[in-house]
Design a protein around this ligand. Sequence first.
Ligand code: F6R
Length: 608
Amino acid sequence: MCGIIGYIGERNIIDVLLNGLTHLEYRGYDSAGVALFDNDKVVVIRSEGKLTNLIDKVKGKRFTGSVGIGHTRWATHGKPSNNNAHPHKAGDVVVVHNGIIENYLSLKKELIKKGHKFDSDTDTEIIAHLIEDYMLQGMDFLKGVKKALNRIDGSYALGIICEREPEMLIAARNESPLIVGVGKNEGFIASDIPALLPYTRDMIFLEDGDLAVITKERVEISNQDKDIKRKLVNISWNQLMAEKGGFKHFMLKEIFEQPRAVTDTIRGRLNKENGKVTFEDFPLSRGEIKKLSNIYIIACGTSYHAALVGKFIIESLARIPVMVDIASEFRYRDPIFSKNSLMIGISQSGETADTLGAIRETKKRGIKLLSITNVVNSSIARESDGVIYTYAGPEISVASTKAFSTQITVLLLIALFLAYHRTGFSDSFYMDIIKEFVKAPHFMETILKDVASIEKIARKYVNKKDFLYLGRGILFPIALEGALKLKELSYVHAEGYPAGEMKHGPIALIDEEMPVVILAPKGYLYEKIWSNIKEIQTRDGKLIAVAFEDDHNIDEVADDVIKVPKTIWPLMPLVFTLPLQLLAYYIADFKGTDVDQPRNLAKSVTVE
Ligand code: F6R
């Protein structure tokens, strides 16, 4: 997730670009840059680190032109650095991009063969070169852009300018948000509404496949080469509402971002046709994968719960023993490693001191380390032999939501990858998983369409003092995660338990005051769960069940039921997590706690 801005008009252009980027910094902040005209030439200014570094670089400078673009980056391809910062320039063409180009490596090879020289490791730079290449063949700027867009696969929101066209700003969108702002004799583009609110409230929301040519006088939009009219919308939000995308809290916004985050994390890595998974940076060779005897996964908090899901999936699909440990415990044990082990460290921030410490312990023993993190070039990423990034985008709310879903997504990809290399895909079961896997974002969207029913349940239980969360098998870690979300957000005591363990102790807690959230997918250990349900009912416990949409029996026995789309077991964690995040969110919101910054917690725990 990055932020892009663009302007054409008579205002002080550098102010418009920097002000816009300030409002977009929540989307990424590892580097930033602008490109704008000055005396008929395009000047590109970029800076690694926070936006303030860029602001310091341009302080006091004045520019004569009336068109420019800017970018604030959240690295995906290529670590944060000056060279990888946007805008990227090739010949006369300058580009800013938010998204992921899936076929950039093959296009890059093709362009290098033709003599193009690349300055960065980004996927974006190929877009500038591709347009330049078509212009070198004699096409004008607009034709060159159209031709280039036909060649690229993936997601993009683009702002493009050209030294030969000082009166034109081009914008294009596919699966990444992009808005055109319309003013009097001026036009804007931005990834999000807040960047434009100081200047205009009249906005056009581009749709997939749209290409907009913006001049001072007009905005012309086409899609598949056909001219098209899009509605002009007047936005009434205030600035703060706009930064949260109209949501009350960042957490709720991030819960709603999960279908997009999971799609981005799968994108370019999973071939839906043959089931093949590819990673840019996997630390083991094919031979080493074949010899792999066991995997250790370490993490903290929510990331630890993702690790527990990973154990289930990897053991089941790839048939490799997996041990999962809490990082702060692991580093003070004396774990036994075999020569052919792999260590996986999971951390959203990539900076958690406990995880970092455990990783360093392991590295001393000569074990290969793979990290799963959301922050490019974070400490954990730098110390690893290989990294797989989750493409969740910056997570602002302290309570982790979209990072968790994308971590599970990566673990599922790893399981399929290992299974492919060790067993091959002879079993149609694997292809069935892949077919269902690509539907996961859609399942999530279905749940998000009816949050009102979950809000209603939250209101009913808001004054309860203790909660029990129960799940079995692959959903036991989700019960743990549901309980963690509730306690950290609402300061209500909650415990997650494997449902089968209830009779070994926690059953003593159950009475009419105790709500029990039970994860009950029909067709998966269902008879066992059903026995737990009966045991809770007999003791007057209040039952909140999360169940498949076709399960009507559960309506008869549970006090409240949250229905989710039916899916197969490896995908259940992605589907069952959302209702629990929402339940915790609404209970906390009704209680009036500080949802985005719960007391005593920090987003990145860099102390032991
Ligand atoms: C809970 C939460 C924490 C983090 C934990 C690890 O909502 O966010 O439990 O999961 O502090 O953080 P990372 O993943 O950054 O290592």
